[in-house]
Write a protein that binds this ligand. Structure first.
Ligand code: DGJ
Length: 733
């Protein structure tokens, strides 16, 4: 890995073993992208790739009269110039002008990577990454822009963000401030987006790109289940196993936009960052604004390779603290077993059985506080309900830990019910526009987390519950989108800051809680996967992936999530049947076979199972304890897509390629068809692997494949809906 600056041409070449990223300074002083792709040799000057030609209806730079930004690739394009594409930022000065052009001023190159102010971001030590900071200035607007580029040694990854500084005395308004722009030289691309809704999150959808705009965004205040802040730009023939693709992942949990814009001269522009809709940031003299980080990863080896890059990168350079690269505890959560209808006695009964099964962590979900006996009351009153927890959280936690399990509980700190003491005391603490009614979502209102005193108050209440009690885990939920986004504390011109300040308030609370309780494992949640993003992973290494716990639906949800997020981050549990969301019944084996490929746990009362099923559960827990490290942190391969076939398959391979776990699922039986073969991936061709019914070479398994009928004796059959198998491969010494 290195970053070369060529003094004469003024060009920067960032490279590692796999990639090159080359930036030049154009005649007007703005930055131009010269190349992004597979590693190439360095040379003194790459400006031969620039187009300097007169073209009809193209406006050119006044000094050279030959150079147009429209025909060349921009690094961070602005409004009002010879580039007519979508701009990466927009600033308005006091005279009402939104025209700006930033010219190169200086740069810095250093080892390692800095942190971002209050924002989650990748981190790296001096041996892992190098960073280039380029300072650009607009002397008229008196604003400077610093573009940050970090290249990683081990990964084909460039992380980018931008810092704006008001260098003058007059106020400027930042109307738009995206995290990155990448111009590609042709348009032969598709965009894969991860779309959905509650209970059907992150379904991949592919659109052909062409002239004009293709975009996904969130305006809900959270990253959302509707569109995820992760997209893939790929060649039409790229699939999981081969081909070129570039991933864009935003380390942010609020409103975002990701846009692909085909220009009329063949350029394809990709932009990503905070959604400019309803965003304005006021910058007074000397003030700065930092955008969230966008992480670009590139491959010419297909989407499994791209996903593996994100998995390794996020496991090693985003997730922090005690739980970094740590196998996740197998948990039992009481939500689907009791909902809010529980007593301590009932919880202890469930916990006792959980312990007997081998569960390591017991989680008490919603309903333990205030008057919280249904959805209508209690949020905001983070004090134990003595009828349910007579000795408080500490009392229950001690009883569970005395059984030999860890203990954790549920919170939803950003919310308040109108029927709560907190709301009665502070009705002005919610987001609501003056004179208007605040809309309700699940009978609750959103606290104004842009206000420090609100965050302080919630922190103090939660601190009291956690402090002194043996708490190992917290599930942080967030169950509605933001509406009537107006803060009582900000001035009229500052209202465009509320969405982002809200997110910063959430990050602030996360930061304080994770600092005060560094050993606690946080799991983020937002009605399932409504805020499943890289920003959250910085604070909470795992996320409840969906409220839909039906094994068959979960295959698709987990498959889709795996494109951008590590398996160790995907919260997945076995729940009761018929499933509460779909009414579907699947065997306990299939439910576990799906849930293994995630954090793994149970969302039911194990007392309700038959003796036979309970014995199976014990075996499942033993299996997961043995293989979870490999499944959660090994190289994950999607093998057969449930979006394209009636079957699904995936596998995880250990780094040394000596062990692998394969999962295969029949979503829908097809009558009178042959079982066929499943080709495995990522093995060592010359290694002999032991499977439950024989020994096979890696090349056989990858090229010929495994015969699926071999697993019929385990109860799996492709002529039966929802049957599945999981099998293990171990290299022979
Ligand atoms: C939504 C979550 O996704 C569920 O798992 C559960 O925690 C409920 N909220 C509790 O209200």
């Amino acid at each position: 890995m290195n970053i070369i600056w060529n003094k004469i041409s003024g060009q920067f070449h960032l490279y590692n073993e796999r990639i090159s990223y080359i930036i030049g300074v154009a005649p007007g002083g703005e930055l131009t992208n010269l190349y992004y792709g597979k590693r190439i040799h360095d040379r003194d000057d790459f400006s031969y790739v620039l187009f300097r030609m007169g073209m009809p209806n193209v406006v050119v730079d006044a000094d050279t009269e030959s150079y147009s930004m429209e025909l060349n690739r921009q690094e961070y394009p602005s409004f009002g110039t010879t580039d007519f594409g979508t701009q990466a930022y927009e600033i308005e000065t006091v005279n009402g002008s939104r025209i700006s052009s930033f010219a190169y001023k200086s740069h810095k190159i250093y080892s390692g990577k800095g942190s971002l102010n209050g924002l989650p971001a990748l981190y790296a030590d001096d041996s892992e990454a190098m960073t280039l900071e380029i300072v650009l200035e607009d002397e008229i607007a008196k604003v400077s822009v610093t573009l940050f580029y970090t290249i990683f040694d081990r990964f084909p990854v460039i992380a980018r963000h931008t810092r704006f500084t008001n260098c003058g005395d007059s106020k400027v308004r930042l109307i738009k401030a995206l995290s990155c722009c990448l111009d590609l030289p042709d348009q032969d691309y598709e965009m894969v987006q991860f779309t959905g809704a509650w209970a059907r999150e992150r379904m991949p959808q592919t659109r052909r790109l062409c002239n004009g705009i293709t975009s996904v965004e969130s305006k809900r205040g959270v990253s959302s289940a509707n569109f995820n802040p992760f997209i893939i730009i790929k060649r039409p023939n790229t699939d999981d196993f081969a081909g070129e693709a570039i991933g864009f992942s935003l380390v942010y949990s609020g409103n975002f936009i990701a846009t692909a814009e085909g220009g009329t001269h063949g350029r394809m522009r990709i932009l990503m960052g905070i959604n400019p809709d309803r965003f304005t940031w006021i910058l007074n003299g000397e003030e700065t604004f930092e955008t969230p980080e966008a992480v670009m990863a590139i491959t010419d080896k297909g989407l499994n390779d791209l996903s593996q890059t994100y998995h390794r990168l996020y496991n090693n350079n985003l997730v922090r603290g005690k739980w970094k690269n740590q196998p996740r505890p197998i948990l039992n959560n009481n939500w689907e077993a009791t909902f809010m209808d529980f007593t301590e006695e009932k919880i202890l009964r469930i916990a006792k059985k959980a312990k007997e099964a081998g569960i390591e962590l017991f989680v008490l979900d919603d309903g333990w506080f205030g008057e919280r006996n249904d959805d209508f009351a209690g949020l905001g009153d983070w004090i134990e309900n003595p009828k349910k927890l007579p000795q408080g959280m500490a009392g229950l936690a001690s009883k569970i830990t005395a059984m030999g399990m860890k203990f954790g509980f549920w919170i939803e700190p950003e919310m308040v019910n109108p029927n709560s003491n907190l709301y009665r005391r502070h009705p002005d603490w919610v987001l609501v526009a003056p004179g208007r009614k605040a809309s309700l979502g699940r009978h609750q209102l959103v606290l104004d987390f842009s206000r420090e005193e609100v965050v302080d108050h919630i922190y103090n209440m939660l601190h009291k519950v956690i402090y002194g009690a043996p708490i190992s885990y917290i599930k942080w939920d967030m169950n509605r989108s933001l509406t009537e986004v107006f803060s009582n504390e900000l001035t009229s011109e500052e209202q465009g800051m509320v969405y982002h300040k809200y997110v910063m308030g959430v990050y602030d609370l996360y930061s304080r809680l994770t600092e005060a309780f560094p050993d606690i494992l946080f799991e983020s949640c937002s009605s399932g996967g409504n805020r499943f993003d890289a920003g959250m992973l910085y604070w909470a290494p795992q996320a409840w992936c969906s409220d839909n716990t039906d094994a068959i639906d979960r295959i698709r949800i987990q498959y889709g999530s795996s494109y951008g997020y590590p398996i160790a981050s995907i919260g997945s549990h076995v729940s009761a049947v018929p499933n509460q969301q779909t009414g579907r019944s699947t065997s306990i084996a299939t439910r576990a076979n799906v849930a293994y490929f995630g954090t793994f746990g149970y969302e039911l009362d194990l007392n309700e199972l038959s003796e036979k099923e309970f014995e199976e559960v014990k075996e499942q827990i033993r299996f997961m304890k043995k293989y979870r490290e490999l499944i959660q942190f090994g190289d994950f391969y999607r093998l057969r897509s449930p979006f394209e076939t009636d079957q699904a398959a995936w596998m995880a391979v250990s780094e040394d390629k000596k062990r692998a776990v394969v999962g295969f699922y029949c979503l829908r039986a097809n009558v009178n068809t042959l079982p066929g073969f499943l080709k495995l991936r990522g093995l060592n061709e010359n290694t002999l692997y032991k499977m439950e019914d024989g020994e096979f070479y890696g090349d056989e398994l990858m090229n010929m494949g495994i015969t699926l009928s071999r697993f019929y004796k385990k109860g799996f059959t492709i002529s039966e809906d929802f049957s599945s198998f999981v099998t293990v491969l171990e290299a022979k010494e």
